[in-house]
Design a protein around this ligand. Structure first.
Ligand SMILES: *Cc1c(COP(=O)(O)O)cnc(C)c1O
Length: 437
């Protein structure tokens, strides 16, 4: 038989693969390009066309393949259901924001009057309302300043108040805060010299008093926020340190503004300043419950020196952070505190319902204790419960959509509802059903 002429051959389906310009003109893809940018859409188009060229999909499937492989958002960070029972989970972004804080941050996303007095048309102090609200929330504070995070607040306060000199720090407070970052190294990176006093377990007022020299500019007290020490220990109260007549910079870490009965060992800004601390520093995204930020509160003259220091400009937060902090402070109870105060009976009820909806026995609902986390209140256990699943499910849950991060303990996968809003229970059940299948 003579070979078939090329034009008489079978129709090559690859010729039917929709062209790029045709696909990009499709209303659904145009809409996706508006949401995601043109780059990700073009990438998805190219990938689908190549799959069609290899015969993995038919030309008719190219458009739907593009739509189903587009990323859900313009950023790659994905919302996750935190089923670990750890309220401030550093790897999951610490404090989840309240709806009010999210709304305030979105509203401040465009042009906003962050540094403009709309009445006079003149420049105003950045986020004055937030600073006022902070001062009002912490009685003994005369002034407040905000930085990009807690470490920046420490860095700035120490540089501004003790730059070129020496600070006294107890050996019991030279802590590593996570991911290899150590506060003593942060302090010395400012050029300030550290004068360590006392021992790991015990430091006395006399140790500080004996160490004061001509170069001593301040005492830095650091809350050992991520571990507890028991036994033969002692440290010096802020009131006694203040009696030495030097500025006292108290790094609280967690951001409690007032004493909190649930967390009796956590220091708070009000008490520390009332006892004579010159300034306190803390994070905005730990127990304060807001976006990543650092807070400095204290005496007006010291806060003014901090605010005017050149480094202040390098560590200042953006407008959306300032908006989110204010809404966290003045708005409804942030999710962090709802999770910390979650009623154990209500948690058990929800967990039993979850078990029932998955056809798991009530015995799989086991008591567990949740944690504050995020380097806060290390000794505190929050009574709660979890649904115990086979350990292999943990991986499938993380790979799901939405990803669910559970706790793996004693060869079980524990799903703790403490940090999951009850409005997400349905979504969680579906995710677990998929992971079990
Ligand atoms: C968390 C913490 C910091 C650092 O705060 P970031 O907001 O993470 O920068 C500093 N000091 C203490 C005691 C802390 O617990």
């Amino acid at each position: 038989m003579p070979p078939a002429a090329p034009d008489a051959g079978p129709h090559d389906p690859r010729r039917d693969i929709p062209r790029t310009d045709v696909l990009l003109a499709d209303p659904a893809l145009k809409d996706a390009a508006r949401r995601l940018g043109e780059g990700p859409v073009r990438t998805a188009v190219r990938t689908a066309q190549e799959a069609a060229r290899r015969g993995e999909i038919t030309p008719g499937e190219v458009r739907t393949t593009v739509l189903s492989t587009l990323p859900p958002g313009a950023a790659s960070l994905r919302p996750v259901l935190n089923a670990t029972g750890v309220v401030l989970h550093t790897n999951l972004g610490r404090a989840p924001l309240s709806e009010a804080a999210v709304a305030a941050m979105v509203a401040a996303g465009g042009y906003t009057d962050v540094e403009l007095d709309l009445t006079t048309g003149r420049r105003s102090r950045r986020a004055q309302a937030l600073l006022d609200a902070l001062v009002e929330a912490v009685g003994p504070a005369q002034a407040a300043h905000v930085t990009g995070n807690g470490a920046a607040a420490v860095l700035l306060a120490v540089t501004a108040l003790a730059g070129g000199g020496e600070v006294l720090v107890s050996r019991g407070e030279l802590v590593e805060i996570g991911d290899g970052f150590r506060l003593p190294e942060l302090l010395t990176s400012t050029g300030v010299r550290l004068h360590e006093v006392g021992t790991t377990n015990r430091t006395h007022l006399a140790d500080y008093a004996a160490a004061v020299g001509p170069d001593t500019r301040a005492i830095v007290k650091i809350h050992p926020s991520n571990f507890t020490m028991h036994g033969f220990t002692s440290s010096v109260a802020v009131a006694d340190l203040a009696g030495l007549g030097l500025p006292v910079i108290h790094d609280l870490g967690s951001g409690l503004l007032r004493p909190e009965p649930l967390l009796p060992d956590e220091p708070d800004a009000t008490t520390s300043l009332a006892q004579g601390a010159t300034v306190v520093t803390c994070s905005g995204d730990k127990l304060f419950g807001g976006p990543q930020a650092g807070l400095v509160l204290g005496r007006a003259s010291a806060v003014e020196r901090i605010r005017r220091h050149p480094l202040a400009r390098a560590v200042r937060p953006d407008k959306t952070t300032l908006a989110g902090l204010e809404a966290t402070l003045t708005g409804p109870v942030p999710p962090v505190w709802e999770a910390l105060y979650a009623d154990p009976h209500a948690l058990r009820h929800r967990t039993l319902q979850l078990a029932a909806s998955l056809g798991r026995p009530a015995e799989d609902v086991v008591p567990v204790s949740g944690r504050v986390g995020g380097g806060s209140a290390p000794g505190v256990e929050l009574a709660g419960c979890a649904l115990a699943l086979p350990v292999a499910v943990a991986h499938a849950l993380r790979a799901g959509n939405p990803p669910v991060v559970a706790r793996v303990e004693h060869d079980r996968c524990l799903v703790d509802l403490r940090c999951i809003p009850s409005t997400s229970d349905e979504e969680l059940a579906t995710a677990i059903r998929t992971a079990l299948a």
